[in-house]
Design a protein around this ligand. Structure first.
Ligand code: PMP
Length: 317
């Protein structure tokens, strides 16, 4: 994994070693920051960012949800900073982490500090392990409940929300599983620690795809992508509550996210799902997704934004 040489801090590219967070900041002390996870893929036209606009919009929505009033950056400036950070690091493919954090606020209000903007990037080829895509992974139901929106809002990617994800995933991995499935406060399946979840059932000879309703989950951009790709392939996709036992008897279960992409769950709570490997719908969607992000799909031009060459004057230090 090649380390990044440059990081965007506030208004400019800086050497990566300068990417330090002030210890006394609400971002650090209370997890009061919002962020995005975005991917840049290698294509024949050079590096290209997948669904840049939607990720930038979600970052600004997250900032709005947690109550930031005046932001240091516009959508255009976030987009430019992301492109320049990728180009400066000369990555052909990478993961991108823009963040807006609250600096300098040691009293518990948004007004007491200032929002600051950072973009980091790194090479990150496989998130759930190299074999995950081929074989599928093993998951269990977390003993921790997913956040209720009146406790920590699930539509915002707030750093503090991920304490809950880390608790759940650590517990699962210590118990020998790969990933945790989190039930919402209503007892139905919400999402995984960093992925949304889908099930596939054969109903009267048709394969029907279901996924948890939006209200209690992070509305994943990969989730949205797969719903569109599934429709393109002629499948019906229903957004409806999913119970724990519906997972057990599903023909296929898969999860998706920017980092994980599309991965089958081959076993849940020690019960084999379907025939214990990625099923036909999961594989079809994996293939569509792979061709989409590598620039070979009819929808690639719509969703992949090529990274413009770097303006050399942008790099300081
Ligand atoms: N749920 C949670 C809790 C996540 O952190 C993520 C990753 N951003 C997702 C779902 C998937 O979202 P996306 O497809 O936009 O990466």
């Amino acid at each position: 994994m090649a380390a990044a040489r440059f990081v965007w801090i506030d208004n400019s590219l800086r050497p990566a070693k300068e990417a330090v967070v002030p210890f006394l900041s609400a971002g650090m002390q209370y997890g009061f920051s919002v962020f995005e996870g975005i991917r840049c893929y290698e294509t024949d036209q050079g590096p290209a960012v997948f669904r840049m606009q939607e990720h930038v919009d979600r970052l600004l929505d997250s900032a709005h949800i947690v109550g930031f009033r005046e932001l240091p950056v516009s959508a255009e400036q976030v987009t430019k900073a992301i492109n320049q950070t990728i180009a400066a690091n000369e990555f052909s493919s990478c993961y991108i982490r823009p963040m807006i954090y609250l600096d300098g606020a040691m009293s518990l209000t948004v007004e007491a500090g200032q929002p600051r903007f950072v973009v980091a990037t790194w090479e990150w080829k496989t998130f759930l392990g190299a074999e995950a895509k081929e074989r599928g992974i093993r998951a269990n139901i977390a003993s921790f409940t997913r956040l209720h929106p009146n406790i920590m809002m699930t539509k915002a990617k707030v750093s503090g929300n991920y304490v809950s994800s880390i608790l759940a995933k650590t517990e699962s991995q210590r118990a020998g599983f790969d990933e945790a499935i989190m039930l919402g406060p209503d007892g139905y399946v919400a999402e995984c620690t960093g992925e949304n979840l889908f099930i596939v059932r054969n109903i009267a000879g048709n394969k029907v795809i279901s996924t948890s309703p939006r209200a209690g989950i992070l509305e994943g951009i990969t989730r949205d992508t797969l719903i569109i790709l599934a429709h393109d392939l002629g499948y019906a996709v229903v957004e409806e509550p999913i119970s724990r036992d519906q997972l057990y008897v599903a023909d296929e279960v898969f999860v998706c996210g920017t980092a994980a992409e599309v991965v089958a769950l081959r076993e849940i709570d020690f019960r084999v799902i379907g025939d214990g490997k990625a099923g036909a719908v999961t594989r079809a969607l994996q293939q569509e997704f792979d061709s989409l992000v590598s620039g070979r799909h009819a929808r690639s031009a719509e969703w992949l934004a090529p990274v413009p060459a770097l303006n050399a004057a942008a790099v300081k230090g």
